[in-house]
Design a protein around this ligand. Structure first.
Ligand code: DAH
Length: 347
């Protein structure tokens, strides 16, 4: 029996030392110390011993139980500590690891240029106004002195909604001149950016949808000099103080006199060629056409209820894509609309 107890103790201590989990330890407790466990089974044989042998054997059995219990408790504590250690290691956070960069988007290059242009006009006291893209032919054409039958009203150039050609997608932002003058009294100083639509095939310089910025100033004593001053201020702010521009006579039905403004080519500086080759930016012209402008036609003023004998005004309309291409050195209009991140992220 003594040997049995020694053998149980040895097996129990070895098994406990090897047990790695609380479940394994509990199984060993049941196996050795449980009511039907090995130690209990030995104690049940005590009755067979002589009364002299019993106390010593009882003591030994208690000592074995005590040893196994103490080892069990120690192992429990060790297993618990190891589990905690493992969890802490697994859940460890290294606060010194650099964060994963979140790539932020930014404004589209065309909107960046639009914002720059609007900021410049707001700085000169202009208000930014907005108007409908689906427009009445009256506003898009007639009230701008573009009478029925005029070639620019042709169905091959304009998207019409109705068979009587009275509703259309605006082909220019100039109807905003009319809408403004019908609702505001001079002094008027507005810019109106927005989308316009024409039946054009898309190529490097054309798109069926593009953007214009309309400008209108009406007050007493407004002259062509004010027009030139406003546009020169814009161009020099936008393209640098050394920007050179020129005004050429032109014709628009809603302005008189009318002009177009060109900007000296930034690549060849007006020479038309670079290193003996025709300049690829201006195609040898030396100048790049940027916008149409003029003094608001007296008939347009009076059509909107503004007395042309008291008031005068100037107006201009520029293509935003063209301004952005020049500002951002973009050589193909389609890139602006493709939304290719490889292109957009360069700005
Ligand atoms: N609306 C004209 C166009 O799309 C541009 C223009 C010319 C606007 C002269 C104006 C202007 O305000 O005065 O071609």
């Amino acid at each position: 029996m003594k040997q049995q107890l020694a053998e149980i103790k040895q097996r129990a201590l070895e098994a406990l030392a090897a047990a790695e989990t609380p479940a394994a330890l509990e199984a060993l407790r049941v196996q050795f110390l449980g009511k039907k466990g090995e130690l209990t089974a030995v104690l049940k044989q005590m009755g067979k011993l002589s009364p002299e042998e019993r106390p010593a054997m009882g003591q030994l059995a208690n000592a074995v139980r005590g040893d196994i219990e103490a080892t069990l408790e120690a192992r429990k504590a060790a297993v618990h500590a190891a589990a905690l250690e493992a969890r802490l290691a697994a859940e460890a956070i290294d606060v010194t690891i650099p964060g994963k960069p979140v790539s932020l988007g930014h404004q589209h290059p065309m909107n960046q240029v639009l914002q720059e242009i609007l900021d410049i006009f707001v700085g000169m006291g202009y208000t930014v106004v907005d108007g409908p893209e689906v427009e009445l032919a009256d506003y898009n054409f007639t009230k701008l002195n573009i009478q029925p039958g005029h070639p620019s009203r042709d169905r091959s150039d304009t998207f019409y909604f109705t068979s009587d050609d009275s509703v259309l997608l605006r082909t220019q932002t100039s109807p905003m001149q009319i809408r403004t003058m019908e609702t505001m009294q001079p002094p008027i100083r507005i810019v109106a950016p927005g989308r316009v639509y024409r039946k054009d095939e898309a190529d490097a310089t054309h798109s069926p949808m593009f953007h214009q910025i309309e400008g209108l100033v009406v007050d007493e004593g407004i002259t062509m000099g004010d027009l030139k001053g406003a546009l020169e201020t814009l161009m020099k702010e936008l393209y640098g103080q050394d920007a050179v521009m020129r005004f050429r006579p032109h014709h628009f039905p809603f302005t008189e006199p009318s002009c177009e403004m060109d900007m000296q080519c930034h690549k060849c500086r007006g020479a038309g060629q670079v290193d003996g080759q025709v300049c690829s930016t201006c195609h040898g012209e030396g100048w790049i056409e940027l916008l149409g402008a003029g003094m608001v036609h007296p008939d347009v003023l009076s059509g909107c209820g503004i007395d042309p004998n008291r008031y005068s005004g100037f107006a201009f309309g520029m293509g935003l894509e063209r301004m952005a291409m020049r500002r951002m050195q973009i050589n193909d209009l389609r890139l602006i609309f493709d939304n290719d991140v490889r292109f957009l992220s360069q700005f």
